[in-house]
Design a protein around this ligand. Structure first.
Ligand code: KG4
Length: 333
């Protein structure tokens, strides 16, 4: 069963052809250069670029996989930028209707988890997953390929949002989280005593807005006094604080729930400190840790196709009524 998968939830127009967990082609047309001048994604521009690129990107994915428009369609329908999602959803609906083939709606965060299945053929549920992206930070029990239980989540900003905004106020270009990671040297919590975020809701919840505000205040106050920020050290200190929170909640959740397998997913799973420190902590505790390959950490359609395979097996198909949604919990169904 070959699947043509479409992803347009943010600033990458992507299409892929997959078969089970195998990726036959994976095409990503990124809009980074265009959004860079604004310091972040401009939703209206993203939608327009998706509209321009989507047919060519899908054609290229089919050509690279050496198949025609004749199998199954899958599309990211939520969560994400609504105008951006609508381009992919309508493209996929049109194709499915015109060619009379099934359409599989795929939740964006589920597909980020599925990025792990591409590279790790032995990985199967149940496992614990730390999902860290630009818009979401969630700890979930993946009890089956299409069954999820949220046990922790951010109470305000996502980890990626905090890293992106910290990077922006330090003058680093978009995409901020990636550039902050590249610029960071060694943390110095004596020089930059940033707060340790504290959450009083659930045991495994997160909070990043206080840290984000503290960085912005620090940068503004320093500049008002004519001082200079040591950018590489502050980057490292912010990154360390974010990783502290992500790692401690994940390990505490693994201990409490008894899961011996942990997967990390989403754009922030590319973070070098998170990968190294969590690996070392898991090794110490005898836990098995999985990350997606770097090329599948960010938004792509290969992960959508792989998750779609499991959604289809679970009977999850949609018709012309399918709509995009800006927000949608991972356990919506
Ligand atoms: O999953 P993703 O590509 O898009 C969403 O679905 O949100 O995640 C994007 C986020 C951005 O905040 C970006 O700055 C962050 O992932 N990111 C990183 C790194 N690479 C991407 N954050 C920290 N370190 C990285 N190496």
């Amino acid at each position: 069963m070959k699947i043509l998968a479409i992803e347009s939830s943010c600033d990458e127009t992507a299409a892929a052809v997959t078969e089970g967990r195998e990726v036959l082609s994976n095409i990503v047309a990124t809009q980074i250069a265009e959004h860079k001048i604004y310091g972040g994604v401009v939703p209206e521009i993203a939608s327009r670029r998706h509209t321009e690129a989507i047919s060519a990107v899908a054609d290229e994915a089919l050509k690279a996989a050496n198949i025609g428009y004749n199998d199954i369609d899958a599309v990211t329908f939520a969560p994400g930028l609504i105008g951006a999602l609508l381009v992919g959803v309508n493209f996929a609906k049109g194709l499915a209707m015109a060619l009379n083939k099934p359409l599989i709606p795929v939740h964006h965060l589920r597909s980020h988890i599925a990025a792990n299945y591409i590279s790790h053929s032995e990985l199967k549920p149940p496992f614990l997953c730390l999902l860290v992206s630009g818009g979401n930070t969630v700890l979930a029990e993946v009890t089956d390929y299409t069954k999820f239980k949220i046990i922790g989540e951010t109470q305000d900003d996502a980890a990626g949002e905090c890293l992106d905004k910290a990077a922006r106020c330090l003058g680093l270009s978009y995409p901020g989280g990636v550039n902050l990671d590249k610029t960071a040297t060694v943390a110095d919590t004596g020089k930059y005593p940033l707060p340790h975020p504290h959450v009083s809701t659930g045991e495994f919840d997160f909070s990043f807005s206080g840290l984000k505000t503290a960085v912005m205040n620090l940068v503004n106050n320093t500049s008002q006094k004519g001082g200079e920020i040591d950018v590489p050290v502050l980057c490292a200190t912010v990154r360390q604080r974010v990783c502290d929170m992500l790692i401690s909640a994940t390990l505490a959740a693994a201990e409490k729930t008894g899961f011996k397998t942990i997967a990390v997913a989403g754009g922030v799973s590319a973070n070098s400190e998170l990968r190294a420190r969590l690996k070392a902590e898991c090794e110490k505790r005898g836990l098995t840790l999985y990350y997606p390959e770097l090329k599948y950490c960010g938004d792509n359609a290969a992960m959508v196709g792989v998750q779609a395979y499991y959604e289809f097996k679970d009977g999850n198909t949609a018709g012309a009524e399918l709509n995009a949604a800006a927000t949608m919990p991972i356990n919506y169904r």
